[in-house]
Design a protein around this ligand. Structure first.
Ligand code: SAM
Ligand code: SF4
Ligand code: SF4
Length: 343
């Protein structure tokens, strides 16, 4: 029996950071094999993905999210793997949209599986925003990156469908890896300039271990801004809120704004208010953690909602992660893979 919720004070961690944001990975599977995320050498035909029964059920995910909303979470993001591989995702959206305290419910997707009826179903169920990942406008480069032959047009069509379904504004995320796609920065900026879509550039990060990340692969935020600024002058914008991950810039000519996520060269750990739930129900308090806390076991142990909420609050209170600030000084040999915790 669920007892009435007395909303406790927002919970803060050991570095006095509140929790605002929970990312939920609903599958470890993906129809892409992006070379920096799920390289085919590791995620090949014989890779054993999670079975359905290992995944949290939507009911369990809802229960986790309710507990997090009680301790301060306001934003939920559904991700993966590729979340649209779960054809019943709108059922989860409907459950999460009704949680008191949640004012933002979004999804990150590669947009290759979007169809008008699905987009509408997600919108009707209560999804408020969508971020689409797209790393180049050049088909040769994009296919080299996704490694499964998906064309740029398919993703751009997906973005059009999302816009037509009322998702506004759409954000497009482009990971920039030196030697892979930095020549796509300007074409992407030109394409989305004035379109209403907010383009965000993400520094290539050392998430997981399979992508063989090296510091020399990082194309820095500073270089990204300079690349665009030479052709389309930019000026900085104030953050929308404390702890916003992307640094905002706007085109001086009024062509809209862009964002840059510089977790490597300008870490933002001191404002990091984000937790991540993997598809098997492990809770990670940092993107670069080796392991998470097994919430699935706790959920299935029969503990009641009050105890569950207290356990979750305790995990956050004990948190002291700041990997990006310490990157050069610590070694984390077995970091969790991005496709498990969803970026
Ligand atoms: N499949 C969905 C997609 O690609 O949008 C959602 C999951 S994907 C793991 C989430 C985001 O993480 C994508 O925007 C992807 O580009 C980004 N990402 C994956 N590996 C990364 C890395 N090593 N560094 C920076 N971003 C990365
Ligand atoms: Fe799949 Fe997204 Fe990873 Fe690409 S970045 S392999 S689309 S999970
Ligand atoms: Fe947050 Fe960890 Fe990234 Fe720092 S390194 S911003 S603590 S997820």
């Amino acid at each position: 029996m669920t007892s009435p919720v007395v909303r406790p004070e927002p919970v803060t961690d050991r570095l006095n950071r509140p929790i605002h944001d929970l990312r939920i990975s609903i599958t470890d599977r993906c129809n892409f094999r992006c070379v920096y995320c799920m390289p085919k050498e590791k995620f090949g035909r014989d890779y054993s993905f999670l079975s359905r029964k290992e995944l949290l059920s939507f009911e369990e995910i809802e229960r986790v999210c309710r507990a997090f909303a009680d301790i301060g979470v306001k934003k939920l993001r559904i991700t993966g793997g590729e979340p649209l591989l779960r054809t019943d995702m709108h059922d989860l959206v409907a459950r999460l949209a009704n949680i008191p305290g949640i004012d933002d419910l979004s999804m990150t997707t590669n947009a290759s599986l979007i169809k008008p009826e699905r987009a509408r179903a997600l919108r009707d169920a209560g999804l408020t925003r969508v971020n689409v990942s797209l790393d180049s406008l050049n088909d040769d480069d994009f296919i080299r990156i996704n490694d499964v032959g998906c064309t740029v047009k398919r993703v751009l069509d997906g973005i059009d469908v999302l816009v037509a379904s009322g998702f506004d504004p759409i954000k497009v995320n482009m990971v920039v890896r030196r030697g892979l796609n930095e020549t796509s920065i300007l074409p992407m900026a030109r394409h989305f300039h004035g379109s209403g879509v907010i383009l965000r550039f993400i520094e290539y990060m050392d998430v997981g271990t399979t992508n063989q990340w090296q510091l020399s692969d990082v194309y820095s935020a500073k270089d990204i801004v300079e690349t665009i600024n030479t052709e389309m002058p930019l000026e900085p914008l104030d953050p929308n809120y404390t702890g916003e991950v992307a640094r905002r810039w706007r085109y001086v000519d009024g062509g809209g704004e862009i964002g840059i996520i510089s977790s490597v060269t300008q870490p933002f750990c001191r404002n990091c208010s984000r937790a991540r739930l993997s598809a098997v129900g492990k809770l990670y308090t940092c993107l670069f953690a080796e392991d998470g806390f097994d919430l699935r076991a706790l959920l299935r142990s029969g503990c009641d909602d009050d105890d569950f909420r207290e356990s979750v609050a305790g995990l956050w209170r004990r948190r002291e992660d700041r990997y990006s600030e310490l990157r050069n000084r610590i070694d984390v040999p077995h970091k969790v893979e991005m496709s498990h915790i969803g970026g």
